[in-house]
Design a protein around this ligand. Structure first.
Ligand SMILES: Nc1ncnc2c1ncn2[C@@H]1O[C@H](COP(=O)(O)OP(=O)(O)OP(=O)(O)O)[C@@H](O)[C@H]1O
Ligand SMILES: [Mg+2]
Length: 321
């Protein structure tokens, strides 16, 4: 199901396909994000979510299809996509570990200042002039995400959850019209996850449309105006949280049961048990890592490694995104 709204499209991806040799990781995916929207992207491990993000941001050149931002087709080059107005965070955090929190945000601003990245890093005379304004803006962003008090800390010393928030601030520093978040709450505790929910609403309220990948279903269904579910590279279902939440094919995809035709009694029982478990999720159970809907999903070393390998092989400029 697709939703049409009167608001203007910020992102339009049509027929995006990404093949790696014989593997089709993303197959003819259409997705629109409108201004003022938060759109969720879900799907089991290996469904193609991150690959789809990589196609949107120019890290990968899609085998087929096109991606437009505010009506203009984007060239598949990360720096051009960023300067057009799309910013992202990464599933495997990419910060400059030995730079301070503030410096990491300042690097994120380089597409919006006349001074280039090297000038920012080397602190040349041109940079000094623009520095005051940039610092002010970067500090404002740190206040926005709640990390202003740690501006001078090295980013590698931040707890994991704060590193994820810092990635968001760095992405926002490029003044995007669309923010892509790849598993922003992976590794966060329930309190941090809830705070991130509020943060994403606040980002939307600043006029930035958001497309977010998450395995935490409570997070995604609370947040999203619309949710699309990818399974084996294809968009299986798209609709409001209510519609997607209740779709048997989505539930079946997560449980690994076949979704063609009507589910048998056994499968139905499994689905009901899963739904009941989710509905009665208590804070104590939510604290346990097993309570996330796909526990092995978020940050298994293999997933992180394959993700890093996938992104690392194609981008020399990942850190500067
Ligand atoms: N550079 C690459 N070369 C070959 N195969 C790749 C590459 N990048 C991704 N893949 C494959 O594409 C498929 C989709 O992977 P992707 O990382 O996009 O999934 P995902 O939905 O983000 O999963 P997860 O929830 O675990 O992050 C997987 O089978 C993966 O192994
Ligand atoms: Mg991924």
């Amino acid at each position: 199901m697709t939703t049409t709204t009167a608001t203007s499209p910020v992102l339009e991806a049509s027929g995006v396909t990404m093949r790696f040799g014989g593997l089709t990781a993303v197959r003819s995916v259409d997705l629109t994000v409108n201004s003022g929207e938060i759109v969720g992207l879900i799907g089991p491990n290996g469904a193609g979510k991150t690959t789809f993000f990589n196609c949107l941001t120019g890290l990968y050149v899609p085998t087929e299809g096109k991606v437009s931002y505010k009506g203009t087709v984007l060239p598949p080059k990360p720096h051009l996509v960023t300067s057009a107005g799309i910013a992202r965070t990464f599933q495997n955090i990419r910060l400059f570990a030995n730079m301070t929190v503030l410096e990491n945000v300042l690097v994120g601003r380089h597409t919006r200042t006349k001074e280039g990245l090297w000038s920012a890093l080397l602190r040349g005379p041109g940079f000094r002039k623009a520095e005051a304004a940039s610092r002010e803006r970067a500090m404002e962003l740190l206040e926005f995400i709640g990390l202003a008090h740690k501006a001078d800390h090295l980013s590698r010393n931040l707890p994991y959850g704060e590193q994820r928030k810092l990635e968001i601030a760095r992405a926002m520093a490029s003044e995007p019209g669309l923010l892509l978040l790849d598993e922003p709450t992976a590794g966060m505790n329930p309190q941090e996850t809830r705070a991130t929910e509020d943060l994403v609403f606040a980002i939307r309220d600043r006029g930035i449309a958001v497309l977010v990948i998450e395995h935490d279903m409570r997070f995604i269904f609370n947040l999203s105006d619309r949710v699309a579910c990818l399974v084996q590279g294809e968009k299986l279902v798209e609709g409001t949280s209510e519609v997607v939440q209740g779709d048997e094919r989505v539930i079946a995809a997560y449980l690994g049961t076949p979704f063609e035709g009507a589910p048998g009694a056994e499968e139905l029982a499994e689905v009901e048990a899963a739904e009941a478990a989710e509905a009665t999720g208590t804070p104590e159970t939510a604290e346990a890592p097993e309570a996330t809907e796909t526990p092995e999903a978020a940050e298994t070393p293999e997933a992180a490694e394959s993700d890093a390998a996938a992104e690392g092989t194609t981008s020399k400029e990942g850190n500067a995104q």
